[in-house]
Design a binder for this molecule. Structure first.
Ligand SMILES: Nc1ncnc2c1ncn2[C@@H]1O[C@H](COP(=O)(O)OP(=O)(O)OP(=O)(O)O)[C@@H](O)[C@H]1O
Ligand SMILES: [Mg+2]
Length: 229
């Protein structure tokens, strides 16, 4: 379980997150919602350790990992797919996956599993990542994260700027992963999908948690109301 308490972080002297507390239980999907600039990506980067925790704790598997390096957090089972479909552009899709498999001592068979999951990665595996479409690069980024065999997968707006058919594939994958016991922390602009399928959601505004609740149809309109304010 991921349990965050009183988390404060930011950029330089500017604090962006103000006393964030939330939990991601051992099973299921947790959604983070909020307008542009609410601090969603800052929260994800702080959880994975790309941004320093100024105050508060990030408990993971019973230990405070807030001072632990990002690499060590990945080694302990947290994977992070940043907003904006990033991979090593000069490497091919296959090389990108091999690099991650090598550094995380994952079996090569996992690369095949990913190509079964995302057939585009098989078809375009020999293409440099920078020459792939945004949707294909997002699939590659998710594949890279999954090759580390995470217990918790953090996805920051995986559907942003991507054609609907690939968004549908990515959503199906997210639901399959959550159903298979991987904890998923999802930042998502599409309220319906996130709130319908999540076990818990949190709405952020100005670096704070504004509201939260359990997922499901009834919560969708409640979230809409909060977000129109
Ligand atoms: N590298 C940075 N340096 C300084 N300020 C930053 C930096 N990145 C983000 N910010 C600021 O932190 C605040 C939160 O940004 P963040 O990217 O976390 O928002 P977000 O909720 O992910 O928004 P979006 O929905 O647009 O992705 C914003 O005011 C933003 O301007
Ligand atoms: Mg963001």
């Amino acid at each position: 379980m991921l349990s965050i308490e009183g988390l404060v972080s930011g950029y330089g002297r500017t604090k962006v997150l103000h006393e964030i507390s939330l939990e991601v239980p051992d099973e299921g999907l947790v959604a983070i919602l909020g307008h542009n600039g609410a601090g969603k990506s800052t929260l994800m980067k702080t959880i994975i350790g790309l941004i320093r925790t100024l105050h508060g704790t990030i408990m993971w598997d019973g230990e405070d990992i807030s001072k632990v390096s990002p690499h060590e957090r990945v080694r302990r089972g947290i994977a992070y797919v940043p907003q904006g479909q990033q991979s090593f552009g000069q490497l091919t899709a296959l090389e990108n996956m091999e690099l991650v498999a090598g550094s995380s001592h994952a079996p090569k068979s996992l690369i095949d599993d990913m190509m079964d999951r995302f057939p585009d990665l098989r078809e375009y595996g020999s293409r440099k990542a920078e020459l792939m479409s945004g949707g294909q690069r997002q699939q590659l980024a998710i594949a890279r994260a999954l090759i580390t065999q995470p217990k918790l997968l953090i996805l920051d707006e995986p559907g942003e700027g991507i054609q609907p058919s690939i968004v549908a594939d990515i959503r199906r994958t997210i639901l399959e992963l959550a159903a298979s016991g991987i904890q998923v922390l999802l930042v998502e602009q599409q309220i319906d999908f996130a709130v319908m399928h999540c076990s818990r959601y949190f709405v952020m505004a100005s670096g704070r948690i504004l509201s939260g609740g359990n997922g499901g149809q009834e919560s969708v309109s409640a979230v809409r109301e909060v977000l129109t304010i």
